[in-house]
Each structure stands twice: as structure tokens, then as C-alpha cells.
Design a protein around this ligand. Structure first.
Ligand code: AMP
Length: 228
């Protein structure tokens, strides 16, 4: 008897296979939690503006919590139907003003910065963190990882001095157990300086992890830690 091959079964199988790939696909692999030294944002050619609520503390501030892929790329602007709504985070605003201060010009309260971060990055992790949990997770990470304290305990102070990049990395690795990514920029006189510190967090937002990939930080082997 001739065996007839039913191609429609093959099509169905392929369809199911694709569906399972889509369903199993991760939104993102991990988060970069990025903190920024305000002195290094402000002493650049572009300069900065303090928020309407006043000069931020001389401490690292949050730049963002960014969903990322292991290959170094990242998703962005994932859901325009879930745009920033400050009424959802009213209980967090005073902490945000202190720990997630805007430095962009013209001066504003910070909502422009926060809404940019939510719309561009936060919407890409909405399957794990809703708006309130997204901002709260970042604030809690900041409270847990006191970078200024970590660096100062290692004798690395924001005193316009120059420090080796490896000493900065080592101080943080000794304190948190993982190697951070360090990003530098240049001040108005062209000095290479400590700008942002990237720490990796698993895709639930709960645990620090070793970074699957580190950003190209553009740092010299010795960098300035400017005052603020
Ligand atoms: P992102 O788009 O999240 O990758 O961040 C880059 C953008 O954030 C740039 O437009 C920066 O100018 C802006 N930015 C970085 N730090 C701050 C800050 N402290 N306040 C306001 N805007 C900032």
C-alpha cells in the first residue's frame, strides 16, 4: 500500500514549533542598573541644570534600569500604550528627587527624565515589573548599593584626583562580588573622568549577577573623580 504523506501535518508541526519559540522567547536577558556621578555630567562642555527642587546630593544618582540582551543589544520603546503615568508613583517622588535627579536643561522637576526612562526602557520589562515596581526596584537597588561609600572606603574620593580604573573596579568587585562596567566621559578641559557605573541584575530585578557583557566604557587607565 502506498504511504501518503500529509503535508498539512508538517505545516501544523512547524507552526507549533514557531509558536513555542515565540512563547519561550525572553523579553530580555538581564538588567543594567546604571548610576551616574553628577559632577561628571555637569563639568562637561554641555553643562547641566539643577532640578527645580534644588541641587542634588553629592552622591551617585540613578540613570536607569535597562533591560538588555546577552549579545549587548537592547530592546527599547516596547509599549506605547503603557506610557509614563506619574500618578502611579506618587509615593516614590520624594525618593526619586533625591536619588534619580534630573540634570538636563532647562531645569525641571525630573518628570521628563523619568518618563523618558520608563517609555524607552521600563516598557521593555513590563512583563516583570509594572510602573510602580520598576521605579521602586531601581530605588531599592540604589539603597542597597552605596557606590560612594564603597569607593570612599577604598580611598577613592570625589576630590578632583586621578585614580586607576582597575582600583575603582576592584573596590566595587570586593564590595558586591561582581565586576562592574565603568563608563567615562570628558570634562571641559578634556580630562577622562568617571561618569557611570553599570551593575548587572537578573531579569527578575532581584539579584545581582555577573554581567554577561560589559559596555565599552571609553575609560583611560587613569581617570579623574571630579567633585560636585
Ligand atoms: P538613555 O536614553 O536612557 O540611554 O539615556 C541617555 C539620555 O539620558 C541622554 O539624552 C542623556 O542626555 C540623558 N540623561 C543622562 N543623564 C541624565 C540626567 N541625570 N538627567 C537628565 N537626563 C539625563
Amino acid at each position: 500500500m502506498e504511504m501518503k504523506f500529509d503535508s498539512s501535518i508538517l505545516v501544523k508541526l512547524l507552526f507549533l514549533q514557531c509558536l513555542s519559540v515565540i512563547c519561550a522567547a525572553q523579553d530580555f536577558d538581564f538588567f543594567y542598573f546604571v548610576q551616574q556621578w553628577p559632577g561628571s555630567y555637569c563639568d562637561t562642555k554641555q553643562s547641566c541644570c539643577y532640578p527645580t527642587t534644588g541641587k542634588p546630593p553629592a552622591d551617585f544618582g540613578i540613570h536607569g534600569l535597562w533591560p538588555n540582551y546577552k549579545d549587548g543589544s537592547y530592546p527599547s520603546n516596547c509599549d506605547s500604550s503603557n506610557s509614563y503615568d506619574q500618578s502611579k508613583i506618587s509615593d516614590l517622588i520624594s525618593r526619586m528627587q533625591k536619588d534619580w535627579a534630573t540634570l538636563a536643561c532647562p531645569s525641571n522637576s525630573g518628570s521628563n527624565f523619568w518618563s523618558h526612562e520608563w517609555d524607552k526602557h521600563g516598557t521593555c520589562s513590563e512583563s516583570v515589573l509594572d510602573q510602580h515596581s520598576y521605579f521602586k526596584t531601581a530605588l531599592n537597588l540604589k539603597s542597597k548599593i552605596d557606590l560612594l561609600q564603597i569607593l570612599q572606603s577604598a580611598g577613592i574620593n570625589p576630590d578632583d584626583g586621578f585614580y586607576s580604573l582597575s582600583s575603582i573596579q576592584k573596590a566595587i568587585r570586593n564590595a558586591i562580588g561582581y565586576t562592574p562596567g565603568i563608563q567615562c566621559n570628558v570634562d571641559e578641559s578634556g580630562n577622562n573622568q568617571l561618569y557611570q557605573i553599570y551593575i548587572c541584575v537578573d531579569n527578575s530585578g532581584s539579584n545581582l549577577i555577573q554581567c554577561p557583557v560589559l559596555p565599552n566604557g571609553k575609560c583611560a587607565s587613569t581617570v579623574e573623580f571630579p567633585s560636585f
